[in-house]
Design a protein around this ligand. Structure first.
Ligand code: GAR
Length: 217
């Protein structure tokens, strides 16, 4: 797909958004970010978008009586940009089934754990508390199950004895900034597809998630 149109949804700092902006500007991704939408007003990610001339929109979920009406307004706005791909980058909202179904096979998320471990919140602390030797991040297609869609690419990071949830999160972010642009690059190059059996990459079903260490020398 040439000149892939990407809409990015955020809730906060937008460091993953920044990595995606950089990758599009450097020509690594054959596509462009046509809009950034935040459910929280005044967040840093909106400033990042504006700085790069990308429409930066706030749709505050607290202005809506329920989840369904927020998701409907969000979908209407997203669709006005005719995206090929919707990218959740630190978008901290649970989505309705209708919303997820509307973007089936063309919506990605990044999650700060080695899924299927630690779906949901507080992933860094949970990995430390469990005594895990490693932590990581995962990029996956979004399906109706929260953080449960098929994983495309993961990273892995040793957990040190002195790691806190904060320092572990900070150490993980640079890996997130490598894996997310890579997956968006593949999607925009038409190399990825979500099928009923799982993720296909170059027409071949992935039997397990790809690992960052395998794709980087
Ligand atoms: C990232 O660590 C991302 O993996 C996480 O939020 C952070 C957003 O940072 N996402 C989730 O927890 C989703 N469940 P950013 O705004 O700097 O990209």
């Amino acid at each position: 797909m040439s000149d892939c149109r990407i809409v990015v949804l955020i809730s906060g700092s937008g460091s993953n958004l920044q990595a995606l902006i950089d990758a599009t500007e450097q020509g690594n991704i054959d596509g462009r970010i046509v809009a950034v939408i935040s459910n929280r007003p005044g967040v840093r990610g909106l400033e990042r978008a504006e700085k790069h001339g990308i429409p930066a929109i706030t749709i505050d979920h607290t202005d809506f009586p329920d989840r369904a009406s927020f998701d409907a307004a969000l979908a209407e706005r997203i669709d006005s940009y005719h995206p090929d791909l919707v990218v959740l980058a630190g978008f901290m909202r649970i989505l309705t089934e209708d919303f997820v179904a509307r973007y089936a096979g063309r919506m990605l998320n990044i999650h700060p754990s080695r899924l299927p471990k630690y779906q949901g919140l507080h992933t860094h602390q949970r990995a430390i508390d469990a005594g895990d030797a490693t932590h990581g991040a995962s990029v996956h297609f979004v399906t109706a199950e929260l953080d449960g869609g098929p994983v495309i690419l993961q990273s892995e990071l040793p957990i040190r004895g002195d790691h806190t949830a904060e320092t572990l999160a900070a150490d993980l972010l640079p890996q997130e900034h490598r894996i997310y642009p890579k997956v968006v690059e593949w999607f925009c190059a038409g190399r990825l597809a979500l099928t009923p059996d799982g993720v296909e990459m170059d027409g071949k079903l992935l039997t397990q998630p790809l690992q960052l260490a395998e794709i980087e020398d």
